[in-house]
Design a protein around this ligand. Structure first.
Ligand SMILES: *Cc1c(COP(=O)(O)O)cnc(C)c1O
Length: 431
C-alpha cells in the first residue's frame, strides 16, 4: 500500500515514510491510496481487538518493511479492553477510555509508539529519534505514556504553562526518563508553532531524527479503524442489525477512522459527528462551503477546534465538498446541553458521562431512532471539575489514573522561541 497526499497524489510515501514524516511535503495529509473492501468474514472470526486489528490493517502494511511486525505492533498497542456495553433503548456505549491516560487517544498513541520505535531501531540511521508533540492537554499525555521507557526514542511534550487542568498537567509531567515536559510561556498555538519550526530546523535535524506525534499522523488514525470494525461486527453478532456510530468530534480524526472502516465494508450503518459549540462541521453539513471558524471555548475542551484538520481527509475520501456533504451528518451541542446530559446521565442512562461523551449522548437523545453506538472518548474522572457538581457526588478515579496522579512531576519552563527549544534539547534533562 502506498500513501498519498490529500493535496497532490504525486506526493507518495511508504507507510513508514508517511508515519515518520507526519505531514506531506506539500502540506497535505497522508491517506492510504485505496481502501480495499473487506467482507466481515475476512476478519476470520477474530474476537479480540488485537486480532481484528491485525487482519483489518494487513492491507495497509502490505509491501512495507514493517509488514512482518504488524502482529507484534498490534499486540503491543491493544493491551487494554474496549468494552461495548448495551444500555437501554437499543443504544450501546463503546468505552475507549481504559488505557493509561483514560482517553481514546491512548489507542492511536500506543500504536504510533510501537511503529516508531521499530523505525528508530532500524540501524541504517544511528541518530536518536526525538518525538515532539504540542498539546493543549490530552494528546501529550497519551503520547508520553505510549513512548515512556522505549529505548532509542526521546519525547518532548510542549504545553502552555498554566493553561491545562491539574490532572492533565500531571499526565504530561509525571513520566521522567526519556520523556521531557516543557511548560511553554505562551498559548497552545505557540507550542504548535515551535514544534513546526523545530521540524524544519537544519541544525536540530543534523544531530537527530525528528518526528511529530500530533493528531494528523496517519499512524494514529489507522489503529482507530480497528475498534470500529470490532464494535460494529460485535453489535451485529449480538443484535442482528447494523448500528450507527455517534462520535464526539474535534479535529475529526476519530470520525475519519469510522468512515474509513465503513468504506472497507464494515457493518456500520452511518456515522454522526457530535460537536460542542464549535460550528465548523454543522455549518458545512448545513450547506455552507467548508471554512475555518474562530475557536470557541467549551466544557468539552479537547474538542475546542475551529478548523478541524482531518476534514481534508474526509473531503478526499468522498471526492469533494458536495459528495461529502451528502454523506455526512453532524450535530452541535452547546454547554447547556452538555451540562443537562451529564446531570441527567445517572437517572436516564445509569451512566456518568464526561463532557466529550456527553455531546454524543445529547446527539443520540436528539436524533432518536434505534441501534446507536455512542462512542465514549474519556473517563469522567479526568474532568471531575465539570462532572462532580452536576451529579452531586465524587467520581471514582480509575486505578491507571490513580497511579499517575501519585507520581512526582517534572516540567522544564521554556520561553516560546526556537532558540530556547534548541538550547533545551541540546542539554540533558535536569535530574
Ligand atoms: C481528542 C478528543 C476528542 C476529539 O477527537 P478528534 O479525533 O480530534 O475528533 C474527543 N474527546 C476526547 C476526550 C478527546 O481527547
Amino acid at each position: 500500500m502506498r500513501y498519498i497526499s490529500t493535496r497532490d497524489p504525486a506526493h507518495t510515501a511508504t507507510l513508514g515514510g508517511a508515519i515518520l514524516r507526519g505531514l506531506a511535503p506539500d502540506g497535505g495529509l497522508y491517506v492510504p491510496e485505496s481502501f480495499p473492501a473487506l467482507p466481515p468474514d475476512a476478519l476470520g472470526g477474530a474476537r479480540t481487538l488485537a486480532g481484528v486489528a491485525e487482519r483489518l490493517l494487513a492491507p495497509f502494511f502490505a509491501g512495507d518493511a514493517l509488514a512482518g511486525e504488524l502482529p507484534a505492533i498490534c499486540a503491543e498497542a491493544f493491551t487494554f479492553p474496549v468494552p461495548l456495553r448495551d444500555l437501554r433503548e437499543h443504544t450501546a456505549v463503546l468505552e475507549l477510555f481504559h488505557g493509561p491516560t483514560a482517553a481514546f487517544k491512548d489507542v492511536g498513541a500506543r500504536f504510533l509508539a510501537a511503529v516508531l520505535s521499530r523505525i528508530a531501531g532500524d540501524d541504517a540511521d544511528a541518530r536518536p529519534l526525538t518525538i515532539l508533540v504540542a498539546t493543549s492537554g490530552d494528546t501529550g499525555g497519551a503520547v508520553a505514556a505510549a513512548f515512556h521507557g522505549r529505548p532509542g526514542v526521546e519525547v518532548g511534550v510542549l504545553y502552555p504553562a498554566g493553561m491545562v487542568s491539574p490532572r492533565q498537567e500531571k499526565q504530561l509531567t509525571a513520566w521522567g526518563g526519556n520523556v521531557r515536559a516543557f511548560a511553554v510561556r505562551g498559548a497552545f498555538d505557540d507550542c504548535q508553532r515551535l514544534v513546526k519550526a523545530a521540524m524544519g530546523d537544519p541544525g536540530l535535524r543534523a544531530s537527530r531524527r525528528l518526528s511529530s506525534a500530533n493528531s494528523i499522523n496517519v499512524g494514529r488514525l489507522l489503529p482507530q479503524m480497528a475498534y470500529y470494525a470490532w464494535a460494529s461486527t460485535e453489535y451485529r453478532r449480538r443484535h442482528g442489525v447494523d448500528a450507527g456510530f455517534i462520535v464526539p468530534s474535534g479535529n475529526v480524526g476519530n470520525a475519519t477512522a469510522a468512515l474509513w472502516a465503513m468504506r472497507m465494508g464494515m457493518p456500520v450503518r452511518e456515522v454522526v459527528m457530535a460537536t460542542n459549540a464549535n460550528p465548523a462541521l454543522t455549518a458545512f453539513t448545513g450547506g455552507a462551503a467548508w471554512a475555518a471558524h474562530p475557536t470557541v471555548s467549551t466544557l468539552a475542551t479537547a474538542m475546542d477546534v475551529g478548523s478541524p484538520s482531518n476534514m481534508e481527509r474526509i473531503l478526499a475520501l468522498y471526492g469533494g465538498e458536495a459528495a461529502a456533504r451528502g454523506a455526512l451528518r453532524a450535530e452541535r451541542v452547546d454547554d447547556a446541553g452538555i451540562r443537562r446530559v451529564i446531570g441527567e446521565g445517572p437517572a436516564r442512562w445509569g451512566e456518568v458521562w464526561d463532557p466529550h461523551t456527553a455531546t454524543a449522548v445529547a446527539a443520540r437523545e436528539r436524533i432518536g431512532g434505534e441501534h446507536w453506538i455512542v462512542v465514549s472518548t474519556a473517563h469522567p474522572a479526568k474532568f471531575e471539575g465539570v462532572v462532580e457538581p452536576l451529579i452531586g457526588r465524587t467520581v471514582e478515579i480509575p486505578p491507571e489514573l490513580r497511579r499517575l496522579l501519585d507520581h512526582p512531576s517534572h516540567a522544564e519552563p521554556l520561553e516560546p522561541t526556537l532558540d530556547a527549544l534548541r538550547a533545551a534539547l541540546s542539554m540533558p534533562a535536569p535530574a
